[in-house]
Design a binder for this molecule. Structure first.
Ligand code: GDL
Length: 689
């Protein structure tokens, strides 16, 4: 019998494969059997059965399987065996088990005994995603939650005869869940010390969904757990967001980890078919052998892994996946192959495939609808659009970057002038990229394998719509939009305001949901807005000159004298913005703009000053990536100006200052003022109060 402290034999094989551990609809028995075939073909050896929403795995964990269910599980376990895959049966009793009640321990043993009778030899107890607070009875019996889990796990492990494979999932299964740190976590130390050495421990890495898993982080947790962990990898899991799917390669886990881990199991997308890439690339990664393997000599980048290239692994996976798409899964259905254009039509003559009595169009009739076959390029694009949780694929990055540039460099919002040549050519390239997405969608929708298509369908429809909206928006900016493509109409169709109620919530929160995550560093700064005081003058001047650059830009703006401290702002009309470093922005106003105009001898027409008597200026340093503090300063300033009795306020901007033009434009209330007497390259924007 093993005792805490002794180590597991070194001869055990590296556990590799899949954990069906996500929330939502579990896979079918057929899909699981298909999975075992693939695992065998690709050299993976394990499958952890842990579907969160299967009744008898978690919520009704005590209930034994019915004869019908038993028959299915027996068949599944034997299919795994046939394909040399270790079937690990997991149970999650943590929602409501009373650890100290012997009846509960007996119920758990009884359930696992039943599964053992089905032919299963490998087991797992999972305590993830449960309440950490123990019930009164358990508090009396155990000194901590960790002690309760250790006690029941060791008991069950021994009851089952110390199986070769027995996995335990802790409640603190990643570094962010450990308090105060991994090495100092009393929970993890108790688990590491107390669990018998033959029991392996699951770990998701630094986070639940870990961006990277470093060797150092694994060495750290290994020493606390007193054994190397088995990674439960959520990199491809998508159960937390119904709009996301992950078709990028297994990535950012150095192959040096292989010798430092007990195994890796990927918990992938809920949809079965799209996991081809996740599982195939994991298999490629597992084959990278840092000891005796071939270095990937083509890879020069020092940052890159010498034994595994995610890009190459992805191409390998997509090439094989393409074949699956082209195989029909519709026995007896219409022969779609015969309708595919080009290559395929040469191989299989139309007559044989269409069968007797099929419709053949006459000379003047409509030709039959035919589809281009799907290409590897299409699948690469698809994977780029649905890449990884912390990274878009290259094409997606390009599209976002181009859209951003086109938005920020459009002249239409300010001057009503034509777009520049560069803008038009970049708009055309953007349009071509959007068209490629539509074409990919069309070819995918015609792919003979309908099961794969149906798993992807909602996602590709969603991206096609999203891309379509961006495309119409750019067309409108370029003055080429059709009325039907108008992005903003008075009575928009529901697909113009996507995302339902959840979308509304996201749009109301700072960061507008997902996309900004990829464009800005996370916004953790705390900002304070306070009234300006004379002591702030030097700091404000500093910000002003920093934003101007080394030389004073000519001709000056009316507000320059305000920012430079040459004219004092009106009472209640000056604010500064502070973060933890210091003053990082300001907003100043003159309720009467005339002194500022006189200072630089700017002739402002009386009609403009009648509608917009006040002048304002706002500036923030580039480290303030969040636009909301500046928005709030403007809001406060405008309300002070309004209470002074003014009817309107304006600002002057340089045409080259796209950042500020964009800022005022997106505020919504400011619009360009048509006024003569402004030097070239300076525009005015105003708002009525
Ligand atoms: C989790 C859950 C898992 C879920 C995943 C992604 C573990 C150990 N548990 O925390 O069931 O699929 O997040 O949402 O990862």
């Amino acid at each position: 019998m093993s005792t805490p402290g002794s180590t597991k034999t070194q001869t055990t094989r590296f556990i590799s494969g899949v954990v069906e551990g996500f929330y939502g609809r579990p896979w079918t028995m057929e899909q699981r059997t298909e999975l075992f075939k693939r695992e065998q073909k690709w050299g993976l050896n394990s499958y952890l059965y842990a579907p969160k929403d299967d009744y008898k795995h978690r919520m009704y964990w005590r209930d034994l399987y019915s004869p019908e269910e038993a028959e299915q599980l027996i068949a599944l376990i034997s299919a795994a065996k046939q394909h040399n895959v270790d079937f690990i049966y997991a149970i999650s009793p943590g929602l409501d088990i009373t650890f100290s009640n012997p009846k509960e321990v007996a119920a758990l043993k009884r359930k696992l005994d039943q599964v053992k009778e089905f032919g299963c030899r490998s087991f797992s107890l999972l305590f993830d995603d449960i309440e950490r607070e123990m019930c009164a009875a358990d508090k009396q019996a155990f000194s901590s939650f960790a002690h309760a889990q250790v006690s029941i796990t060791n008991a069950v492990y021994q009851h089952l005869g110390e199986p070769e494979t027995f996995l335990f999932c802790p409640t603190d299964y990643c570094a962010v869940y450990c308090t105060p740190t991994v090495p100092l976590s009393s929970y993890l130390n108790t688990v590491g010390e107390g669990l018998l050495p033959g029991i392996d421990i699951l770990w998701t890495g630094p986070k639940v969904v870990s961006n990277k898993i470093s060797v150092e982080s694994i060495e750290e947790v290994t020493s606390v757990l007193r054994r190397p962990p088995v990674i439960w990898d959520n990199i491809h899991a998508n159960d937390y967001d119904p709009q996301r799917l992950f078709l990028g390669p297994f990535k950012d886990r150095p192959t040096e980890l292989i010798s430092k881990l007990r195994g890796v199991l990927t918990n992938p997308n809920c949809e079965f078919h799209p996991n081809f890439v996740a599982i195939h690339t994991l298999a490629t990664w597992c084959k990278a052998n840092t000891e005796g393997g071939q270095r990937d000599v083509e890879m020069g980048d020092e940052e890159e892994d010498l034994f595994y290239s995610p890009q190459k692994a992805l191409t390998l996976a997509l090439t094989e996946w393409l074949q699956e798409f082209l195989n029909t899964d519709q026995p007896g259905g219409p022969c779609l192959k015969a309708r595919l254009k080009k290559e395929l039509s040469d191989e299989e003559p139309m007559q044989t495939d269409m069968g007797e009595g099929s419709y053949v169009p006459g000379p003047g009739d409509n030709p039959l609808y035919t589809a281009e076959p799907l290409t590897l390029e299409d699948l690469k694009l698809l994977s780029d659009l649905f890449y990884l949780p912390y990274e878009h694929g290259q094409t997606a990055k390009n599209m976002l970057q181009e859209l951003d540039w086109l938005k920020n460099n459009s002249v239409a919002a300010t001057a009503g002038a034509d777009q520049t040549g560069e803008w038009c050519s970049r708009a055309q390239q953007f349009d071509d990229m959007c068209e490629a997405v539509v074409q990919m969608f069309n070819r995918l929708s015609n792919a003979p394998n309908r099961s794969i298509l149906y798993d992807l369908y909602n996602y590709i429809c969603d991206i096609k719509s999203g891309v379509g909206l961006a495309r119409s928006y750019i067309k409108n900016l370029g003055g080429r939009g059709r009325p039907s493509a108008q992005v903003i109409t008075r009575d928009p169709e529901p697909w113009m305001f996507r995302g339902g109620l959840s979308g509304e919530f996201q749009r109301m929160l700072p960061g507008h949901g997902n996309r900004d995550l990829f464009r800005h560093p996370p916004m953790t700064a705390v900002y304070t807005i306070r009234p300006y005081c004379p002591d702030d003058k030097v700091e404000v001047q500093k910000i002003f000159s920093e934003m101007q650059g080394p030389q004073m830009v000519q001709p000056p703006l009316m507000c320059d004298s305000l920012s430079a401290g040459e004219i004092s702002p009106s009472p209640q009309c000056a604010l500064v913005l502070e973060d933890d470093i210091g003053i990082c922005g300001y907003a100043l106003a003159l309720t009467d703009a005339k002194p500022a105009a006189a200072k630089i001898q700017r002739a402002v027409s009386d009609s403009v000053l009648k509608d917009f008597p006040s002048l304002l200026t706002v500036e923030v340093l580039p480290r303030v990536t969040d636009p909301s503090p500046a928005e709030r300063m403007i809001g406060r300033l405008l309300s002070s100006i309004r209470s002074s009795g003014s009817r309107g306020a304006f600002c002057e901007l340089r045409e080259s200052d796209q950042r500020m033009i964009h800022f005022y434009t997106t505020l919504g209330s400011f619009t360009p003022i048509k006024t003569s007497g402004l030097p070239q390259d300076i525009i005015a924007m105003g708002t009525s109060l």
